[in-house]
Design a protein around this ligand. Structure first.
Ligand SMILES: O=P(O)(O)OC[C@H]1O[C@H](OP(=O)(O)OP(=O)(O)O)[C@H](O)[C@@H]1O
Ligand SMILES: O=c1cc[nH]c(=O)[nH]1
Ligand SMILES: [Mg+2]
Length: 209
């Protein structure tokens, strides 16, 4: 319960340095988000359940291990979460993808929902919610509640950059959800932006500012 995993890999730290640098342009920013997401998918699937299966190699019978449950579902929180989907799919290519559209109201910082499309049998699968930023935690908290209201019980949250306030908000509201971060920054500013941070992840991914 209340699990936080912050990645401790030199390649992730190296890539985070470039991701945060204001000189990094859209193309490279996207590539970095993709690469970091691949590494996070590897970390977030380490506890995946396996079952033993009998097969024949060209030489003899043997027992191999295969995944025990239905394919997981990757759930990006639009827009910025979209940037993490391809990297996750490179590691879990058979995963399904469900979308939740939320944006953070700039005045109130409260999440506003505008889109949702999920696999029909979502309650039978493990869900990996992805969003590059965990700031106040309001967006991820709302997305997770939205999924729990649809009878989903196995949820992980995978964000690239987080801060203590965001982690605390998720741990308090959803203690059963393991939180994975590539990196933790020290704090939020008065406008709910992570410091030092990387700015607005959606704008940097899509070149909208
Ligand atoms: O933890 P919070 O305080 O809720 O902030 C984090 C949210 O803010 C960003 O999305 P944004 O609202 O900018 O929407 P966008 O992805 O469309 O840019 C980010 O991608 C998260 O979803
Ligand atoms: O620092 C932040 C906080 C919320 N959303 C972002 O994109 N960046
Ligand atoms: Mg944004």
């Amino acid at each position: 319960m209340k699990k936080l995993i912050v990645m401790d890999h030199p390649l992730v730290k190296h890539k985070m340095g470039y991701l945060k640098d204001e000189r990094t342009e859209t193309k490279q920013f996207r590539e970095l988000v993709n690469e970091i997401s691949m590494m996070m998918a590897y970390e977030a699937t380490k506890d995946m359940m396996l079952k033993e299966v009998d097969i024949k190699t060209p030489l003899q019978d043997t027992v191999v291990q295969q995944r025990d449950y239905k394919n997981p579902v990757i759930v990006p929180i639009l827009r910025a979460g979209l940037g993490m989907v391809d990297g996750m799919l490179q590691v879990i290519p058979t995963a399904k993808v469900g979308h939740i559209g939320l944006y953070r109201d700039e005045e109130t910082l409260e999440p506003v929902e505008y889109y949702c499309k999920l696999p029909v049998d979502i309650s039978e699968r493990e869900l990996i919610v992805v969003d590059p930023m965990l700031a106040t935690g309001g967006s991820a908290k709302a997305a997770i509640q939205f999924l729990k209201d649809r009878n989903v019980s196995r949820i992980k949250l995978v964000c690239i950059l987080g801060c203590p306030e965001g982690v605390e908000a998720i741990h308090e509201a959803h203690p059963d959800v393991d939180v994975y971060l590539a990196q933790m920054d020290p704090k939020l500013n008065d406008h709910g932006y992570i410091l030092p941070g990387l700015g607005d992840a959606g704008d940097r991914l899509f070149g909208t500012k």
